[in-house]
Design a protein around this ligand. Structure first.
Ligand SMILES: Nc1ncnc2c1ncn2[C@@H]1O[C@H](COP(=O)(O)OP(=O)(O)OP(=O)(O)O)[C@@H](O)[C@H]1O
Ligand SMILES: [Mg+2]
Length: 380
């Protein structure tokens, strides 16, 4: 050791000061009566008070009711019973700023050892406002996407059903008409029978018409035509995509070209397409060995078209399936419905673009679509 006198207490105090000042989280020290002894700079910013204003004040000033009136009781309860409700656990609570506004915060509390004569509690607080906002936004996007998905699935099913049912209906019409012809000229035919055949034919034709209308309603559904920046449209759902991929330990990189021309369309529907493609990419990679390669979403413009590709290094599409994966209800997944790509293709076509697949030379798949770039209208 050095021969200089060493003062452990002043060392600790100086380090403690530095710690308080450097902490990004708000830190508040109180005594066993709840009086504030210290508040760091982050705490001053968070609550809008200066530390001098708060020194000696009861910490309950920093919380709204009902905690405000109950806080002294919480401390007393802990000191007499030793029961930990927040100490060492951390919890989400509400804080109250100087201007009276309240906000969500994460609070964890530490205590000085019981052996010390004067007990102290240290509260570490982190503002959760931003995190809550992001979570709420992600939930909203998810709700909107779920709605589009349900609607599009209905459309796909209706179109599929129409296709299937139309054939037997035409057959019924043909048979009914043939029956009527056979009855003409036959002897002792009850009058009603010809009429019944006529009715069968009429009703079958009517059912066919209903289905035809349904099909055209589904396929001609108007899409919104907002002027969209694809980069922004994708950025809005990046959190959602990341959450999906991160759950499988996969990183998603967005490579977005600057100065992308705008496109005309419905942002939510196009976001649905990107989510569908990325979910498939995650599915294809999650059990693979090349997860660290990640997924790339890339935007670029070429020849008056705005392109978006989703590249993965997963198991790839078996060549014999390459043509059918865009058809509804084609799936190789136990839990899949097989509608993701069909819906996506319907959406992209309705936007005047094309959705396609090609194998990734590095292994895996590249799914991509293009949309016509929107030329700004000039009135000259
Ligand atoms: N990136 C990909 N890599 C490998 N195969 C893929 C990829 N994307 C799609 N496929 C294949 O195409 C099939 C159809 O995909 P689609 O998204 O339409 O349905 P799904 O993912 O099986 O179910 P869901 O309705 O939940 O989307 C998948 O089951 C899979 O076999
Ligand atoms: Mg899918």
């Amino acid at each position: 050791m050095t021969d200089k006198p060493y003062n452990a207490n002043s060392m600790v105090a100086a380090e403690f000061e530095a710690l308080l000042a450097a902490a990004v989280d708000a830190i508040c020290v109180i005594d066993e009566t709840g009086s504030i002894m210290e508040l760091n700079a982050a705490g001053e910013r968070l609550f809008g008070y200066s530390r001098d204003e708060l020194r000696g004040e009861n910490v309950s000033r920093l919380m709204p009711e009902p905690d405000r009136s109950r806080h002294d009781g919480y401390i007393r309860h802990f000191l007499t019973s030793g029961e930990r409700r927040i100490i060492g656990l951390g919890r989400e609570v509400r804080g109250q700023r100087r201007d009276g506004s309240t906000f969500p915060l994460h609070l964890s509390v530490g205590e000085t050892p019981e052996s010390l004569k004067h007990r102290r509690f240290v509260g570490i607080m982190r503002d959760l406002t931003e995190q809550k906002k992001v979570e709420a936004e992600a939930r909203q996007v998810q709700d909107r996407l779920a709605h589009v998905a349900r609607f599009s699935v209905m459309g796909e099913m209706a179109a599929g059903l129409a296709h299937e049912v139309n054939q037997p209906l035409s057959a019924i019409v043909t048979y009914a008409q043939a029956g009527k012809r056979l009855l003409t000229g036959a002897r002792e035919v009850p009058d009603d029978l010809t009429e019944v055949c006529e009715k069968i034919s009429e009703q079958a034709q009517r059912a066919g018409q209903v289905i035809k209308n349904l099909r055209s309603f589904v396929t001609k559904q108007e899409v919104r035509k907002d002027i969209l920046d694809m980069n922004r449209t994708v950025a809005e759902i990046k959190t959602l995509i990341d959450a999906d991929a991160r759950a499988e330990g996969i990183l998603v990189t967005l490579v977005d070209e600057d100065d992308l021309p705008p496109v005309l369309g419905d942002a939510v529907q196009l976001q649905q397409v990107v989510v569908n493609l990325t979910r498939n990419a995650v599915d294809a990679m999650k059990r693979g060995l090349r997860k660290e390669e990640g997924i790339e979403i890339r935007t670029f413009s070429r020849d008056g078209k705005v392109h978006l590709t989703v590249t993965d290094q997963g198991y790839g599409v078996p060549p014999q399936l390459a043509d059918s994966i865009f058809h509804p209800f084609v799936t190789t997944k136990g839990e899949g419905l097989g509608v993701g790509l069909a819906i996506s293709r319907t959406i992209v076509l309705a936007h005047g673009g094309e959705l396609s697949y090609r194998p990734n030379p590095a292994g895996g798949s590249i799914f991509g679509f293009w949309l016509p770039a929107h030329e700004a209208q000039t009135n000259e």
